[in-house]
Write a protein that binds this ligand. Sequence first.
Ligand SMILES: Cc1ncc(COP(=O)(O)O)c(C=O)c1O
Length: 395
Amino acid sequence: MITTPLPESAAVSRLGRESAFEVLARARELEAQGHHVVHLEIGEPDFNTPEHIKRAAIAAIEGNESHYTPSAGIADLRDTVAAYAAKLRGMAPFAREEVVITPGAKPLIWNTLSALLDPGDEMVYADPAYPAYASCASYLGANAIAVPLLERTGFRLDLDELAARISPRTKLLVINSPHNPTGGVLTREDLETIAELAIRNDVLVIADEIYCRNLYDGDFVSIASLPEMRERTIIVDGFSKAYAMTGWRLGYGIMPAHIARNVTLFNNNTFSCVATFVQHAGIEALEGPDEPVKQMVEEFRVRRDAIVAGLNSIPGVTCQTPAGAFYVFPNVSRFTTDDKALATYLLDDAHVAGLAGSSFGAAGRGYLRFSYAASLEHIATALDRLRTALPRFKG
Ligand SMILES: Cc1ncc(COP(=O)(O)O)c(C=O)c1O
């Protein structure tokens, strides 16, 4: 019998976490006690998956598409992604060998970083950021070097700071546009500067473009479409956010074929392959009617405008209008610098679930992240509660 706790690996202590799942668990506890909680914490569309996609999955199950597949995904889905993703970005079609299918974008990030980073390598990324990048890099013994995003420029990267942080040990730049948690979008000029830095310093770029369909104005620009960038960019994308398919777990990466082979080896060693009928539903998502995606974006726009106006009308709160994704990142530093204590208070006392800005990195301190993937009615309730609760916070 084991009487003392088994030792954990040193690497596990370097793992970060996505606090949205923890806040969701606490919110559910409050609901179980009978409280009405407004959920603005989790980053998922509140819409149902479009009907035609559900029907494709059901047909695939009935057609017994329920066996293992190759670790990079079924050929039909890889080909569909290769054509769709290139068209969306105004690029010549990708090859099947450049596409890797994963159970959501998150395992793709993990497996790609595992395939690229050695201990001591440097990965430069934006702060605040989706927590998976730094968590995985640290786990691998690489150094995650943060570059702050600037509120005054709509949460775009500080490009001078980015240039200053690149060193001979830098192997990777990670960018994410539209951005979680701020909703910021990099301009074509930003991307051109980043591309120039990547080429001059001979580093690869991971472009997390999972919110590329959640853009409110203009056309999406991918860094992969800029001259000489196709061969040094790894595109991260997936179905969760555009098609309201978070729980299906389906994502993909597009990258040079030699990197794709190594990422596939990690797929092979971890989850083997993505659920077969889910991959068939993915083909229908990309090839079927696109109208549901556009309708969701229009609905998000109405909600964005409502929550931004509401937050800015609360004395002491300032909130930028995000250009993409479905998050707002209000500045609440007038109330406190301890945004974690504030987020906990708002959940426990006002029953509004949101995330502390600093749970996305040190530069998020003094901010909150709210997901506006909630009905207008819920957004209005949250705003009423915030208006009353914020001035009462003793931080
Ligand atoms: C920036 C970003 N990348 C990747 C993901 C992972 O998405 P999924 O694993 O659901 O496809 C998320 C999810 O919130 C995200 O915000």
